[in-house]
Write a protein that binds this ligand. Structure first.
Ligand SMILES: [Zn+2]
Length: 124
């Protein structure tokens, strides 16, 4: 019997393979769905990093979102950590989009350009 936590995470169990990926039914250790998702995300990018401020439905200064960063998930995580630290604020990483709390467009643009990215400020 799978534990409640595993049931909630949508994993299926097999006696031979252990926890199975619900997407490809492979053992989670052998599953490459995450890599494939990451690959298709990267293939859809045009190499331009877009920074946008979003205030709709949010309080105060809203958030700054950074989309289109052409690096793998693991590097995105490290980058999002670094950017939060640089701005001294919180943030999140979701579906390849980095969200930084507050309006830090100019600062983020400078940091990303220093890292060698092509950056465009988009929207208002
Ligand atoms: Zn899978």
């Amino acid at each position: 019997m799978a534990s409640l936590k595993d049931q909630l995470s949508g994993l299926v169990y097999s006696t031979e393979k252990g926890a199975l990926c619900p997407q490809c039914s492979e053992s989670v250790d052998a599953c490459i769905c995450a890599e494939l998702d990451d690959q298709s995300r990267l293939e859809g990018l045009d190499g331009i990093v877009r920074i946008r401020r979003e205030t709709s439905g949010r309080k105060g200064k809203g958030v700054t979102t950074i989309t289109g960063i052409p690096v793998p998930e693991a590097e995105l995580k490290a980058l999002s950590k670094k950017l939060k630290k640089t701005c001294g604020t919180g943030g999140a990483l979701k579906d390849g989009v980095i969200e930084i709390q507050g309006d830090h467009r100019e600062k983020l643009k400078a940091v990303l350009e220093k890292d060698g990215f092509t950056v465009k400020l988009a929207g208002g």
